[in-house]
Design a protein around this ligand. Structure first.
Ligand code: MOS
Length: 737
């Protein structure tokens, strides 16, 4: 694969399976171990620079101005009225609607001068720049703006008939196979139910913030929180009319993204334009309310689930027809059915989406776009079907486990659904599932659901250098959004190069480093991990050449190169230093296999008979996602996902006022994410698995697997406890009484 001693780039297109992995030897003992985060000490000591923490000389502060109408036009902005306020430098507003980016399929439309057309309440229309954040905020809140109110659609029911099939993105907007209507009519057992899930916000702890610095040569650097610096830089360049080479993004540490920082957000463009206009670096930090109003939401969904089964429980038909919503003219749609395409076998299938245009917050990708909400409908409907059939819910799922992709007819790259269901049932004590068990005034119940999340490989590269002192540096435009990228990339390099993790420096989050797809869609570890792997593979070849042995005969461990009865320090062998760049991109394997991570969720809840209060008592997830690169960070990802599931099941709901499109609950006081008191001891267990079709490190996506199905397990437990089937999420206590 690598060119022995030639060149400095080791490039791999995943056209074939990659059966052997240098990580399999485990000589260094670095891979899969539960290493603490290498960036942890910096984070807890305040030394890690988060989005709003980059400091510059002569820095000015920007505060964003939010539109106070939900549709219409800005007629005038009276900048002079605030220019004389203390500390105010300027008001900048010759741009509009600079958030057009949501993730997959996002497009940045170039800003234009002049009239501001308002597409949603809270849209950013201007930025006030001042000597301090407080002065900027004070002026921004006083800035006189006159509007011409327009006709907006603020009630989803109003535009329901205007709903249209969105263009295909990562998942088709419409897919049909066989005849679901006919199968439903003929099947001995069927169900036809509708589930709804509300809009949600990613609610990352760190608000979006960017500091823009222009250089004399006309190039621009943005310091902030960006999940995908490489593509964000080109989107930013496009929106500013610059060449992509002129834009650099630096995003060293990110206080959570969950999708909301995949694309550029308004503060980024606003800071850039303002910095240009005032001739100083400008830092723009969004207020929490602006994060809710003017970044992205996950779309609400309405899902009609139709399941038809033979008497033995085998699925004859699966239908999931969804309504979702986004602003008029937007392509991105919440891909509700994305997991349903591949989770269960069944001949007749219909998976469709209809997009309702509405003047709400822009919809975009939020953690596990598609599966996180689509699995609520599917997996609750499966629970309903199991009851109708008189079957155990675990048995129903095992019976319908698909041996090949039921739509594409290709094999799965690896698939451990049945194993996860069995292991989960055993560990959770599923057999002892109560029937109407009581504990004082609490009704107790258990529920379960399958987990699936598609696996993606995204083109990525990374450079690895071995220095003469035997230490190494890994650099890439990859990011760490709190998931553990710094740590796992160090572990991969350590394992292959035999250099202890402590001697490996990571330089991530900078577009000056080799480009990478960044953190999103659970592709980060597999994609960037493979790029680091490939760079290290080439470095191992170079070290072998320097040692004059075959790479296979060379053992690298604890800083030493051992081969041909000799032992030399890696630093010495590296001479003046060695470097290599690894590059991976998806190939035929993506088409020849269907790739996804699988798992199973189990939950036990108590529901108070007097108040309706719902308490999750325990939860267990069993997951299979290929090689686990770090047992600790992988587990933490799943704990976070399951916590998201609790929120989706019980508390999270973003309300738009149907009269004017205003967000009613635009902060963390009113938008209820689960807190510690809502989350019991969660248990996570991984199955041993390797995926040779996914990438050379044999790992699949894990970040979003923990959420996919989790909410359904909680909801099914609530039903088991109470006998009340709530199909309108979240399941708040008023819906049980
Ligand atoms: Mo994820 S929604 O791709 O950050």
């Amino acid at each position: 694969m690598s060119m022995f001693g030639l060149g400095t780039t080791n490039s791999l297109t995943m056209d074939k399976p990659h059966p052997s992995s240098l990580l399999d030897t485990g000589v260094q003992g670095a891979i899969s171990r539960p290493f603490d985060r290498v960036d942890g000490p910096k984070k807890v000591s305040g030394a890690a620079t988060y989005a709003a923490e980059y400091e510059f000389d002569n820095l000015a502060y920007g505060f964003l101005v939010s539109a106070r109408i939900g549709a219409g036009k800005v007629v005038s902005i009276d900048a002079d009225a605030v220019r004389s306020l203390p500390g105010v430098i300027d008001v900048v507003w010759d741009f509009k609607r600079f958030i057009r980016v949501a993730g997959q399929g996002g497009e940045t439309k170039a800003p234009t001068q002049g009239v501001q057309e308002i597409a949603f309440s809270g849209e950013i229309i201007a930025i006030v720049v001042a000597e301090s954040y407080e002065a900027a905020r004070d002026a921004a809140l006083q800035l006189p703006v006159t509007y011409e109110a327009g006709q907006g659609v603020f009630d989803l029911a109003v535009n329901r008939d205007e709903a249209y099939t969105p263009p295909d993105l990562v998942t088709p907007g419409h897919f049909a196979q066989g005849d679901v209507d006919k199968a439903m009519a003929e099947a001995p057992v069927s169900i036809d139910v509708t589930y709804t899930t509300p809009s949600q916000n990613s609610a990352a702890m760190e608000p979006h913030a960017s500091t823009a610095v222009w250089e004399e040569d006309g190039s621009l650097t943005l310091y902030g929180a960006y999940q995908m610096p490489t593509s964000d830089a080109s989107q930013l360049a496009k929106s500013l009319g610059l060449s992509a080479k002129k834009v650099r993004i630096v995003s060293r540490y990110i206080g959570g993204g969950f999708g909301s920082k995949l694309g550029i957000a308004p503060e980024s463009v606003a800071a850039a334009i303002a910095a240009k206009q005032v001739g100083r670096p400008v830092k723009a930090v969004m207020a929490r309310q602006q994060v809710f109003e003017a970044t992205v939401r996950r779309s609400n969904t309405e899902q009609r689930l139709r399941l038809a089964a033979n008497a033995d429980g085998r699925l004859a038909a699966i239908g999931q027809e969804s309504y979702v919503s986004n602003q008029p003219g937007e392509d991105y749609f919440e891909p509700v059915g994305i997991g349903t395409h591949m989770l269960y076998a069944g001949e007749n299938r219909l998976i469709s989406h209809l997009q309702i245009p509405v003047n709400y917050v822009l919809s975009g990708s939020m953690r596990a776009p598609g599966e996180a909400v689509g699995m609520i409908g599917l997996e609750c409907a499966m629970d309903e079907l199991a009851e109708r059939l008189g079957m155990d819910p675990v048995a129903l799922r095992k019976l319908n486990d698909a041996s090949i992709d039921p739509e594409k007819g290709v094999p799965f790259s690896s698939r451990s659904l049945t194993a996860a269901l069995d292991e989960g049932a055993r560990r959770f004590g599923w057999k002892e599932r109560p029937v109407a068990r009581r504990d004082g005034e609490w009704l107790v119940g258990m529920g379960m659901a399958s987990a699936v999340r598609g696996n993606m490989l995204m083109e990525s590269s990374a450079k690895v250098e071995i220095h003469p002192d035997g230490s190494a540096t890994v650099s890439s435009a990859m990011t760490d959004i709190g998931t553990g990228s710094y740590t796992i990339l160090a572990q991969i390099a350590s394992e292959i190069l035999g250099i202890p993790v402590a001697r490996i420096t990571l330089e991530l989050g900078d577009t000056n480093a080799p480009p990478a797809a960044g953190s999103g869609g659970s592709w980060g570890a597999g994609s960037s991990g493979s790029a680091v792997y490939l760079a290290c593979e080439m470095l191992k070849d170079k070290l072998a050449k320097a040692m004059d042995v075959e790479a296979d005969a060379l053992t690298l461990k604890d800083g030493m190169a051992i081969g041909a009865n000799r032992s030399v320090s890696i630093g010495e062998l590296a001479g003046e230093g060695l470097e290599a760049t690894g590059h991976i991109k998806p190939g035929k394997q993506e088409k020849e296999t269907t790739q996804a991570s699988f798992g199973a969720h189990f939950a036990e809840v108590g529901v108070n008979m007097v108040t309706g209060e719902i308490r999750v008592r325990r939860m267990l997830g069993v997951f299979a996602a290929g090689r686990v690169l770090n047992a600790k960070t992988a587990r933490s990802q799943c704990l976070g996902g399951m916590t998201f599931g609790i929120g989706a099941a019980l508390t999270e709901e973003l309300y738009h006022d149907t009269r004017n499109g205003k967000l009613v609950n635009h902060d963390l006081a009113e938008y209820h994410v689960p807190v510690n008191a809502d989350v019991p001891q969660l248990e996570v267990h991984f199955l041993q698995e390797r995926d040779i079709h996914a990438n050379p490190i044999h790992a699949k996506g894990i970040g979003e697997l923990g959420i996919s199905g989790a909410a359904a397990a909680v909801a099914n437990a609530v039903y088991n406890a109470t006998g009340v089937r709530v199909r309108e999420f979240p399941i708040t206590l008023d819906k049980l009484l």
